[in-house]
Unconditional design. Structure first.
Ligand code: IPM
Ligand code: MG
Length: 367
């Protein structure tokens, strides 16, 4: 057996636990068939943690995350916790774990599987073969800027947040983006609002400066409103996109939908590399906890399985195994199996667990 790979599973809320179970099955398969040694622990986050500890992310879970080689998260949130005070809402747990682990680089690939071209609301020629990577800055910007709050000023209540980026914060995400562009098609589009916001005037300057170290990469800059439009008009013009925390939040949902369903999209959030080149990392599907369909075994587990594949690639240097899982997913889709979110005429509607089982049957064929 290989050295143990310490994985912390945080299933979270809603459909989180049921989609996570399918990953557990693939992990068991990899242990049995390929001798991979996973040392798995499980923890609570979000609403599940609020119910147990009145806190969306306890110090204990955070310490486990810091200890792990990689974290896999399901989803957080749901109507049950919507009316809680802002500071203990499930989402605070997610934001806190990203911040505390220093996961500043959020990779959100939007890939259209051939078998799913018809599931997109856009025309086939617009999305067929689409493969873009959105790099979202994840621990800065308006999500975390100080001061923030709600207070009374001159007898009027005001709510305020601060959009702030330092040069080092922009530089480190820009470097990840350029590295990524070098490994792909050497095209990078940086998205900002430099016609209005000083914070992104600085953003653009720093991206330009970093670009000098990557002369092979063709860089462009786009205002975020235009980028949103271009993503829908002609998404294939993009290869790698890099942007701020909030713009990335919005654009990645938009890009995700080009692929037909949020249920297909994985993500990786990475920290800075240590002396050995290792990065703290958390992997999660882009979709939410989908409380309306939770517990019914009908959710799409593929985004979580694909997030696990990203874990193999980025945290464990197991690119071949990652590709194997991605191929298995592709084959299952080619075979006509669909969960409800990606259902198309003439296809077979299957449950979460049958989808997981089918991925394993495919793995057995191609391994
Ligand atoms: C995401 C989500 C989160 C975010 C929420 C749940 C806090 O929308 O991961 O995109 O805004 O980052
Ligand atoms: Mg979002």
């Amino acid at each position: 057996m290989s050295t143990p790979k310490k994985v912390l599973m945080l299933p979270g809320d809603g459909i989180g636990p049921e989609v996570m179970r399918q990953v557990q099955r693939v992990m068991d398969w990899m242990t049995k068939k390929r001798g991979v040694n996973f040392d798995v622990t499980e923890g609570l986050i979000g609403g599940a943690s609020i119910d147990a500890h009145n806190n969306p992310l306890t110090d204990e879970t955070l310490a486990m995350a810091m200890e792990a080689d990689a974290v896999l998260l399901g989803a957080v949130g749901g109507p049950k916790w919507d009316n809680l005070p802002f500071d203990i809402k499930p989402e605070r747990g997610l934001l806190k774990i990203r911040k505390e682990m220093g996961l500043f680089a959020n990779l959100r690939p939007a890939l259209v599987f051939d078998a799913l071209v018809g599931a997109s609301t856009l025309k086939e020629e617009v999305v067929k073969g689409l493969d873009i990577m959105i790099l979202r800055e994840l621990t800065g910007g308006i999500y975390f800027g100080q001061p923030r709050g709600i207070e009374e000023r001159d007898g009027v209540r005001v709510g305020f947040n601060t959009l702030i980026y330092s040069e080092p914060e922009v530089e480190r995400i820009a470097r990840v983006a350029f590295d990524m562009a070098m490994k792909r098609n050497k095209r990078l589009c940086s998205v900002d609002k430099a016609n209005v916001l000083e914070s992104t005037v600085l953003w653009r300057e720093v991206v330009e400066r970093v670009a000098k170290d990557f002369p092979e990469v063709e860089v462009s800059h786009m205002y975020v409103d235009n980028a949103a439009m271009q993503l829908v008009r002609n998404p294939k013009q993009f290869d790698v996109m890099v942007t701020t925390n909030m713009f990335g939040d919005i654009l990645s949902d938009c890009a995700a939908m080009l692929t037909g369903s949020l249920g297909m999209l994985p993500s990786a959030s990475l920290g800075a590399a240590d002396a050995n080149g290792k990065r703290r990392a958390l992997y999660e599907p882009v979709h939410g906890s989908a409380p309306d369909i939770a517990g019914q075994d009908i959710a799409n587990p593929l985004a979580t399985l694909l997030s696990f594949a990203m874990m193999l690639r980025y945290s464990f240097d197991m690119g071949d195994d990652a590709t194997m899982i991605e191929t298995a997913v592709q084959n299952v889709l080619k075979g006509g199996l669909r969960t409800g979110d990606i259902m198309q005429p003439g296809m077979a509607r299957v449950s979460t667990s049958v989808m997981g089982e089918s991925v394993i049957s495919e793995l057995n064929k191609i391994a």
